[in-house]
Design a protein around this ligand. Structure first.
Ligand SMILES: [Mg+2]
Length: 285
């Protein structure tokens, strides 16, 4: 269907203006995957759901593959140096990983929304997961990193905002991809898989892991995967978020490791989608 979108554009290629308009309309109609974000099916597609280019980048660009491998390699080198430190540690080591677009590649869901012209909703996301476990892939570098954690005896805790309602299917996905043992993942008390119950904040769940383990690395694709200092009410603007990132400058690449996600995330919340031109004026300093 993605191909069909371009085919439709190609048909009008004899008239560049018509082709441009057709493509613009097509992109506007395209929907993106936003796991955890609710939306009514009948709403018109807003501009922020024009995610075709971002989905294609994640599904085809070798640069995406290289970037993810770079992040996971840096994380591994950091964890390895921690395991080699000859210091007394009161607790065993652990790493905390987000799941969606950090370990699990759900771009097939985004492609499904684009192909069908449907909007993301919590129910649609959950139904799609139940029916398409085989379409969920691995973010490059994630499995090798997790395997290395096992070899190094470092506990892996998945802290995800997937709902508890889909723990069974999430466990099935993780087991099928060789990312853990079924019984451990099903039992929340093992601190292997901590899913969302009420709050979207992960702070309490991170604290729970930190009480038992010495957490030496956090990996995620959304700044909320690292600290609530990146979430409202601590920050409520684009500049506020970027300022906070600079405040934590020493953590990036040493303790916190960020995976790229151009499709969805908290970053979309602060954009004035009706006036995108306002972000084109000044160079970044
Ligand atoms: Mg994520």
């Amino acid at each position: 269907m993605i191909i069909e979108l371009f085919e439709r554009t190609k048909l009008t290629a004899s008239c560049p203006l018509t082709a441009a308009i057709t493509l613009a309309l097509t992109l506007t109609v395209a929907a993106s995957a936003v796991p955890g974000k609710a939306g009514a099916d009948s709403d018109p597609m807003p501009a922020q759901d024009s995610a075709l280019r971002a989905v294609l980048w994640m599904r085809t660009a070798a640069e995406y593959e290289a970037l993810c491998r770079q992040v996971y390699r840096a994380a591994w080198l950091h964890v390895r140096s921690e395991t080699m430190k000859r210091i007394a540690r009161p607790k065993p080591l652990a790493v905390i990983l987000d799941l969606d677009e950090t370990v699990l590649d759900n771009t097939a869901y985004s492609a499904y929304l684009i192909q069908s012209g449907l909007k993301h909703s919590k129910r649609r996301w959950q139904d799609w997961n139940r029916r398409n476990t085989d379409k969920i892939g691995l973010v490059p570098g994630a499995k090798a990193f997790i395997d290395r954690m096992k070899d190094a005896n470092v506990h892996v805790a998945f802290v995800s905002n997937r709902s508890e309602e889909i723990r069974d299917v999430t466990v099935r996905i993780l087991v099928n991809l060789g990312l853990g043992e079924k019984d451990e993942l099903l039992d929340r008390d093992t601190l292997r898989l901590l899913l969302r119950t009420d709050s979207g904040s992960k702070q309490a769940r991170r604290r729970e892991v930190m009480e038992k383990y010495d957490v030496v690395a956090l990996l995620g694709d959304n700044l909320g995967d690292f600290s609530d200092d990146f979430r409202s009410p601590a920050v409520n603007s684009i500049q506020g978020r970027r300022g906070k990132v600079r405040e934590y400058n020493d953590n990036w690449g040493t303790k916190w490791f960020v995976l790229p996600n151009p499709i969805y995330g908290y970053w979309t919340k602060f954009i004035d989608w009706n006036r995108p031109g306002r972000y084109f004026d000044a160079p970044r300093r």
